[in-house]
Design a protein around this ligand. Structure first.
Ligand code: GUN
Length: 296
């Protein structure tokens, strides 16, 4: 069994980004900037945001977090987003989800400038993903494809089964896997809570992607022998963190599997950094173009 080490791979990606940023800074460019909006007290979100801040600082991305109380209004969140939209030193804006219950995520995500939407959740970027047009892609699906690419595991022509239809993971992942890209081109099935005979669908998979949030739910009897299992679940149990896969029961049954923790989680953060660097390069080259247009 091949253990797909997301922690080590994310480290490699971070080192690559760090070099790109350092080279640009020594050539006189300003560093990339990421703004994070964290509203409320969700304990998991606090941890995720701290991880993201730490990762940014490590590679040389300037990061600024706007922490807002649980009682914040939707209009105040939108005003905060808008201030970051206007700032020329901020290339990426991320609204940490979930938001307090009285705030509509759709309204907040729509307020983000699509060129700064480093989570890829704005409808414009979701539309571009669906149409196969260039745009910022959601971090977790992108991190999964990048991990497969770095291990040389292509789902091309294979049966891929995605379990979970969230807007953050399952839906965009299913779309990406079906794209005519080198580490995609799969035949994709998207399963969810209403799927009849889930075990039977999962057993068809050469590549199985789990994103449902059910601790150790997917056991050997539901997984084809020799398949590749990508576990996106992060479940907090009294015994600690675990994924959606029954890792112990699967490790001698599959050909490759991601651990939890240390699998897709770190890859997601690495892709957030990559999207921020891409947005920074896109925006600075766009503003350079504008400058040349004005001066010519
Ligand atoms: N909450 C859980 N995952 C994510 C993510 O990828 N981005 C944001 N903004 N919030 C999340």
């Amino acid at each position: 069994m091949l253990l797909l080490d997301g922690k080590a791979t994310a480290q490699t990606v971070r080192e690559e980004l760090k070099k790109i940023i350092a080279t640009a800074i020594s050539a006189g460019r300003r560093p990339p900037g990421l703004a994070v909006i964290l509203a409320g007290e969700d304990p998991a979100s606090q941890v995720y945001v701290r991880n993201k801040e730490f990762a940014c600082t490590h590679v040389g991305i300037y990061v600024e977090t706007c922490r807002l109380p649980e009682s914040v209004t939707e209009a105040e969140v939108v005003r905060c987003i808008d201030r970051f939209n206007q700032r020329s030193d901020i290339d990426g804006i991320l609204v940490q989800l979930p938001l307090p219950k009285h705030i509509r995520p759709s309204i907040c995500l729509l307020a983000i400038d699509p060129a700064k939407d480093v989570d890829g959740f704005h409808p414009e970027n979701a539309g571009k993903l669906t149409l196969g047009l260039p745009g910022l892609r959601p971090c977790t699906p992108q991190g999964i494809i990048e991990l497969l690419r770095r291990y040389g595991l292509s789902p091309r022509g294979k049966k891929a089964v995605v379990v979970g239809r969230s807007n953050i993971v399952g839906k965009p992942l299913a779309i990406l896997l079906a794209e005519p890209l080198e580490y995609a081109n799969a035949t994709v099935t998207l399963c969810h809570s209403e799927t009849c005979n889930l075990a039977n669908e999962c057993r068809q998979a050469d590549f199985l992607f789990l994103a449902v949030g059910k601790p150790r739910f997917f056991t050997a009897s539901m997984v084809r022998e020799g398949s590749v299992v990508i576990d996106v679940g992060i479940n907090r149990t009294p015994a600690g963190l675990c994924g959606d896969a029954d890792f112990e029961g699967l490790k001698d049954h599959v050909s490759a599997i991601t651990p939890v923790p240390g699998g897709i989680g770190p890859m997601t953060v690495a892709m957030l950094l990559k999207n921020t660097v891409d947005a920074w390069q896109g925006r600075t080259s766009a503003s350079l173009k504008k400058e040349t247009e004005i001066s010519s």
